[in-house]
Write a protein that binds this ligand. Structure first.
Ligand code: NIG
Ligand code: FE
Length: 387
């Protein structure tokens, strides 16, 4: 494969402190060479080696592709009426998930695939080069397997979320047994991760532990929807079972924050959810100041947050959660990679995947400074220009 040189980069975010300054490993007046799908070289523009193809960044900045570590993209239908009702005062409730379950079950594979691909393309155009995708709107063994198989067509980061809610045709304990038993057996071959919505109205502490342990015994990595709608045991279970990530983290006790800070479980914050459900945002500063690793992800789904835009999440994190622009960009790239236990994405140092984004901006502060503006001027995945 030929090498590509991107030169005349105003600010190159490497997320590798050994290659540049500060948290983001920033190189000013830089260049980058991609070869065979990987970053081959980064350094000062003046010292850039020759390559088969050269791209002039024209004084704009380059960042790692966003790593969106939490999304629910296999579904049918929409819940715009539910959103409108919520904006008029009706609170968000997990029960709305069942509306999407009904629509998903009655959709054809082709309909689900078309919607999934539309959303992945939409995310890519906004700079997301790695995306996680959960099942969770099928909730029968056959429908969950179908969701995972479809998700695998677009990403390696596939998560079994049979434990999303209890579907109406089952009693609670009967369904928990199915999720950690026959449904897991059917789904495990297609998934990398298992996730549980640990929340009042969804799955309790005992069920969460049982399902996660059963998933781990099948070789799946662990993730938890934790402490979204109220305080609860989700974060502590995630840490206790050494999950890769506890997601949402909206209602945390001091003990939850301390547990996260002392662990290698990433706190993945999903500010698009609080925006779209008009709820108080998670306390990102408290987590960061305590020393927890924080990621930002979209949680793109038709109910609680129908955005695929990581730039929007970065802008929310800065404006609403008091993260610095640097912290927010790190969380949306390197943080997402940590939440997926990946070291080949979320950074731009030699050897990493050549997944990067050219922004129509002189520096990445613009992601928050110019909210809602389409700043993505180019996207490369595995060294190939895709946008
Ligand atoms: O992450 N919390 C559970 N699941 C989704 C919501 C899904 C839905 O409302 O359809 C979430 O917010
Ligand atoms: Fe979610």
């Amino acid at each position: 494969m030929s090498a590509v040189l991107v030169r005349n980069i105003s600010v190159l975010v490497t997320n590798s402190p050994e290659h540049g300054a500060g948290l983001l490993g920033v190189l000013a007046d830089a260049a980058l060479v991609a070869e065979d799908g990987r970053v081959a070289w980064v350094g000062p523009d003046a010292g850039a080696p020759a390559a088969d193809e050269a791209v002039d960044a024209a004084g704009r900045c380059v960042i790692p592709g966003f790593v969106d570590s939490h999304a629910h993209l296999v579904f049918a239908g929409d819940r715009s009426a539910e959103f409108a009702a919520r904006m008029s005062g009706r609170p968000y409730a997990a029960g709305g998930i069942r509306t999407t379950v009904a629509a998903t079950r009655s959709a054809t594979d082709e309909q689900l695939r078309a919607n999934l691909r539309r959303l992945v393309t939409e995310a890519l155009r906004q700079g997301t080069t790695t995306i996680e995708c959960k099942s969770g709107y099928g909730l029968t063994p056959a429908d969950e397997v179908r969701s995972l198989r479809l998700a695998r067509e677009v990403t390696d980061e596939v998560t079994y979320l049979g434990a999303h809610v209890v579907p109406p045709e089952y009693a609670y304990h009967e369904y928990v047994d199915l999720v950690r038993g026959a449904m897991l057996d059917a789904c495990a071959p297609y998934a990398k991760w298992v996730d549980v919505f640990c929340e009042r109205g969804a799955f309790d502490a005992d069920a969460t532990r049982e399902i996660l342990r059963a998933g781990a015994a099948r070789g799946l990595g662990l993730r938890v929807h934790a402490n979204q709608l109220g305080p609860g045991p989700g974060v502590r279970i995630a840490v206790e079972l050494r999950a890769a990530s506890a997601d949402h983290c909206t209602h945390l006790s001091d003990a939850d924050v301390d547990a996260l800070a002392a662990s290698d479980t990433v706190a993945t914050l999903l500010p698009g959810v609080e925006f779209s459900t008009r709820s108080p945002y998670p306390d990102a500063r408290r987590l960061l100041d305590a020393g927890a690793t924080v990621a930002l992800a979209s949680d793109c789904n038709p109910g609680s947050c129908y955005t695929s835009s990581m730039p929007f999440c970065v802008a929310l994190a800065v404006r609403e959660m008091r993260m610095t622009p640097e912290e927010a960009l790190w969380a949306a790239t390197a943080g997402g990679a940590r939440a997926l236990r990946r070291d080949d994405v979320g950074r731009l140092a030699p050897g990493a995947r050549a997944d990067f984004v050219l922004l129509d901006a002189p520096n990445p502060i613009y992601l928050a400074y110019r909210p809602g503006v389409p700043l993505v001027a180019g996207v490369w995945k595995d060294g190939i220009r895709v946008v």
